[in-house]
Every structure is written in structure tokens, then in C-alpha cells.
Design a protein around this ligand. Structure first.
Ligand SMILES: C[S@@+](CC[C@H](N)C(=O)[O-])C[C@H]1O[C@@H](n2cnc3c(N)ncnc32)[C@H](O)[C@@H]1O
Ligand code: SF4
Ligand code: SF4
Length: 461
């Protein structure tokens, strides 16, 4: 039970025995596998927690004030923040009458409500590039001779059902969104008529530079996919001639003074070494946000494009984060987000039972089909279409989420010790490795992912 400092000053506290010191780690990190909470302490903090345990905060602070011949209020002010942090995560808890940890009913969070924090809208089927790893190309309806552009009036009818106060983030993707001639109309609809507070576009940056100035007033962010810092590496997957064009797109956005430009790097074994100098490269372009994408093996040519590169990825990603930290130390503001979630989950703390698939995220494709995630565009997982009532999509999405989150007995995650820290990773990745309910290659690194998530956690955008 989490309590705040003042309300329990006189109560006997104990260290919650569910917190276990992380082994093989040179820092004092304590993990609670039952709650998904963690805390990193220094020697002084840990010794303070041990002194408070079995006693009260008031008794401890009175003693410290006496020893240092100073006022209680002065000591309380100094220690307040650390003690609050320990109470917040439940590292220090109220003792029962026998001096043991008070046992509360351990209520698990139920994923019953859909919030649709991120609605992906794939507005076009076609693309001018053909990246082998592309999740969209792997599943798009064009392969079946389907529709090219999204139907704007159907989209409007569907999104209009979402109450105004529940409208949050839209991600415009494709195919290549700048190839859709109605892009500006769609953006105006989303921002002005439907009043979504955040609309972001993901683009390969090779086309549409001439309409940037018409597009920017209606978007909150533009994310360029740049898969390397060199022509050879980027073009290995994105095709000849694409590097210069994407750079032109980025430079044009910078020159137009657009603020929220993100460059996104899909790491494969072909470009993994470029990760090391990616922060300096971003700085050279005047970019302040970078996104690192770990490939989900949904593309048509996956075995070639990636394959067993996780260990070198982890090694290079750590160096990358160090270089980001160095840039920040030198006064360059740069933020990092990533698609492998753990860092973000770790920062939030507490039980995480899924990535939000179907519940916080849905994905709409040009023929109107709706899926629980952009990487799960499979008939078997379709949760409806743009013609459906919102309530039906919510029901199906939540149902999908329940069946595949870490509290579902059907999943391998259910019996995994790390489940509340991991949140079940990415179910699309699990599917690509064999079963949507299975564990994955990367699970072998989960402990080190958790620890590095704690040690290197970054603010996310
Ligand atoms: C499908 S693309 C569509 C937008 C645009 N054509 C582009 O390339 O940015 C959206 C993003 O998904 C990423 N992506 C595609 N396939 C992926 C996969 N299998 N795993 C991870 N990211 C993927 C791309 O690198 C790109 O940044
Ligand atoms: S990742 Fe983007 S640019 Fe590449 S094929 Fe897919 S849609 Fe096209
Ligand atoms: S480490 Fe693997 S098995 Fe464990 S919760 Fe995460 S995805 Fe599931």
C-alpha cells in the first residue's frame, strides 16, 4: 500500500520483502516482481530504509536531528523526497500489529476500458519504395488488387463516434502518405473538424517536399524514416537513390522552421554500426528527437533482413545511449524514444500487462479494416471495419487484449517471472517467431533489458 510521508509519520514501517536486490548489478537496484515496481538506492538511502524499517519515520528523523544537533523540520525537509520515493513504490510499507508487512488484497488491474491513445491510419496502399522488412507491404490489400486510398467520408463517420474529450493521438502512415493526393484534406479533417489534439505523419521523406508548407500547419510532428547515416547502409533496405531524397526532405522541414521533426532508424544487421554515430548525425542536421525502431519480423524477406542480431543490437544501443548522454552534457537537447517499450514501461513502473494492443492502439488500413496493432494486419485478428459502431470495435479490441496480455493463461508470459516489468513485449514479434501467445528470442535478454532500462531510462515523447 502506497502512503505519503505526512500521513504515516507515526506508523511503524518495514521494508517490503517482495523487493529483491538485483543480482550481478553494481548498483543497489531492488525489484518487486509481484508489483512491477523498482527502486534504485544509494548506500545512504538503503541505510536510511534499514533504520526506518521496524521503527517510524518520526522516530528516525528525530534521532537524526538529535545526532546532528539540528531541527527536526530541517532534517524532514532534506529526507522528504527519498522517503516519499520509497513509499511511492511500496519499498517501505506499513507494518501490521506484529511488525510484519501489512497484507492487502492484491487486486490486479483489469484491462476493461479502451482508450485508443494511438490511432494509426494507413491512408494509402502504395509506396514508391520497397523495403524488405516492411510490415505494411507484407500485409497490404494491394496484393489482393484492393483499394488504393482510404475513404475519407467513412473515416470521418467512424472517428466522429469518438467523444471529443477522448480524441488523442493520430499517426498517419501508409504506404507512403505523401503519395495520397488528399493528404492535406485528411489532415484538415483530423485537426480542424475532428479536433484531434495530436496528428503525426510518418514518411520516407523522398516525395511531397513541395507540399510541406501546406501540411505543417495541420500536424504536430513529422517522423522521417532514415535507416542509416550513410548512403550505402540506408539504401541497402530502402533502395537506390533514397538517401539523398530523404535528407532533402529533412533539410526542407528544418529550413521551414518546423519544430517537431523526428528521425526514425529501423535497425537491421545491415546498418547496426551506424547506430553508434546516429546521435552526432542527428545533431549535424539540427534534429532534436530520434526514434530507434527494432524490426518486427513481419516483412516478406525477414530472414535476410535481420536474424539473430539482438545481442549486437543491445551492445550498440548502450553505446548509442552513452553518446546521447554526452551530447546532452555538452548542452545539445536531444530526446530518444524507441519501439521496444521496456525503457518506457520501466520509467512508469507498476504492473504493465500489455503494450496496449487493441485497447490503447488500433490500426486502420485503406480498405477500411481495423486491427489491434499496425503490425497485426492479419484477417484472423481483425476487430472490425470503418462501417462498424465504435462500441463494437472497443469490445473486440478489449477482448483481443485480454486474450493476449500477460494475465491470460493462454500465454507463455503468464508464468514468466518478469511479466509485470516486460508487459509481454510485442505480440506481433511473438507471432513472427511462431505463436502470438509464445515467448520470443529476445526474452533471453529480458533481465538485462530491465536493468539497462532502469540505468539508462530516457524521457519519452
Ligand atoms: C510502414 S512505414 C510507412 C510510412 C513511410 N512509408 C515510411 O517508410 O516512413 C512506417 C514505419 O514503419 C517502419 N517499419 C516498417 N516495417 C517494419 C517492421 N517490420 N518492423 C519495425 N518497423 C517497421 C518503417 O521503417 C517506418 O518507419
Ligand atoms: S517502410 Fe515505408 S517506405 Fe518502406 S516499403 Fe514500407 S511503406 Fe514504403
Ligand atoms: S520476457 Fe518473454 S515470456 Fe516473459 S513476459 Fe516478456 S515476452 Fe512474455
Amino acid at each position: 500500500m502506497k502512503k505519503s510521508f505526512n500521513s504515516i509519520c507515526n506508523k511503524q514501517l518495514v521494508i517490503n520483502q517482495d523487493f529483491i536486490k538485483a543480482p550481478d548489478c553494481n548498483k543497489l537496484i531492488f525489484l518487486n516482481y509481484k508489483s512491477g515496481n523498482w527502486i534504485e538506492l544509494d548506500e545512504i538511502g538503503y541505510s536510511m530504509a534499514k533504520s526506518i524499517s521496524g521503527s517510524t519515520i518520526k522516530a528516525y528523523l528525530t534521532e537524526v536531528a538529535k545526532e546532528n544537533k539540528t531541527k527536526y523540520s530541517y532534517v524532514a525537509k532534506i529526507y522528504n523526497e527519498s522517503i516519499e520515493a520509497m513509499l511511492k513504490v511500496g519499498f517501505l510499507v506499513v507494518a501490521d500489529n506484529n511488525g510484519n508487512e501489512e497484507k492487502k488484497k492484491n487486486k490486479l488491474p483489469k484491462e476493461t476500458k479502451a482508450s485508443f491513445e494511438q490511432i494509426w491510419i494507413h491512408i494509402i496502399d502504395t509506396c514508391n519504395l520497397s523495403c524488405p522488412y516492411c510490415y505494411f507491404r507484407a500485409r497490404n490489400v494491394l496484393d489482393e488488387g484492393g483499394i488504393k486510398n482510404i475513404d475519407i467520408s467513412l473515416l470521418k463517420k467512424f472517428l466522429n463516434q469518438i467523444p471529443l474529450w477522448k480524441r488523442k493521438n493520430i499517426v498517419i502512415s501508409g504506404g507512403e502518405p505523401f503519395l495520397n493526393k488528399e493528404l492535406v484534406t485528411i489532415l484538415r479533417l483530423l485537426k480542424e473538424r475532428l479536433r484531434f489534439p495530436s496528428v503525426k505523419i510518418i514518411t520516407n521523406g523522398t516525395v511531397g517536399h513541395n507540399i510541406y508548407s501546406q501540411v505543417f500547419p495541420y500536424i504536430n510532428g513529422i517522423q522521417f524514416s532514415l535507416d542509416g547515416i550513410k548512403k550505402e547502409t540506408h539504401e541497402k533496405n530502402r533502395g537506390a537513390g533514397s538517401f539523398e531524397k530523404t535528407l532533402m526532405g529533412i533539410k526542407k522541414s528544418v529550413s521551414l522552421g518546423f519544430k517537431n521533426i523526428i528521425i526514425s532508424f529501423a535497425v537491421t544487421e545491415d546498418n547496426i554500426d551506424d547506430l553508434l554515430d546516429f546521435p552526432a548525425f542527428a545533431k549535424g542536421l539540427g534534429i532534436h528527437s530520434v526514434h530507434i525502431n527494432r524490426i518486427i519480423r513481419t516483412g516478406k524477406n525477414m530472414n535476410k533482413a535481420i536474424g539473430g542480431y539482438f545481442d549486437s543490437f543491445d551492445k550498440n544501443y548502450k553505446v548509442f545511449l552513452k553518446k546521447v548522454a554526452e551530447l546532452k552534457k555538452d548542452g545539445y537537447s536531444i530526446s530518444v524514444s524507441n519501439s521496444f517499450e521496456i525503457t518506457q514501461k520501466i520509467k512508469i513502473g507498476g504492473k504493465v500487462v500489455s503494450c496496449g494492443v487493441g485497447k490503447k492502439i488500433i490500426s486502420i488500413v485503406p480498405n477500411g479494416n481495423i486491427y489491434p496493432c499496425p503490425s497485426l494486419h492479419y484477417d484472423a485478428y481483425r476487430i472490425g471495419t470503418l462501417n462498424d459502431k465504435l462500441n463494437s470495435i472497443i469490445k473486440e479490441g478489449v477482448c483481443f487484449n485480454r486474450q493476449h496480455n500477460v494475465e491470460s493463461k493462454k500465454t507463455d508470459c503468464y508464468s514468466c517471472k518478469y511479466k509485470y516489468f516486460c508487459g509481454g513485449g510485442c505480440r506481433a514479434e511473438a507471432l513472427a517467431e511462431g505463436s502470438i501467445n509464445g515467448s520470443m528470442d529476445r526474452c533471453k535478454n529480458i533481465y538485462s533489458d530491465i536493468i539497462s532500462g532502469i540505468c539508462y531510462s530516457e524521457p519519452f515523447i
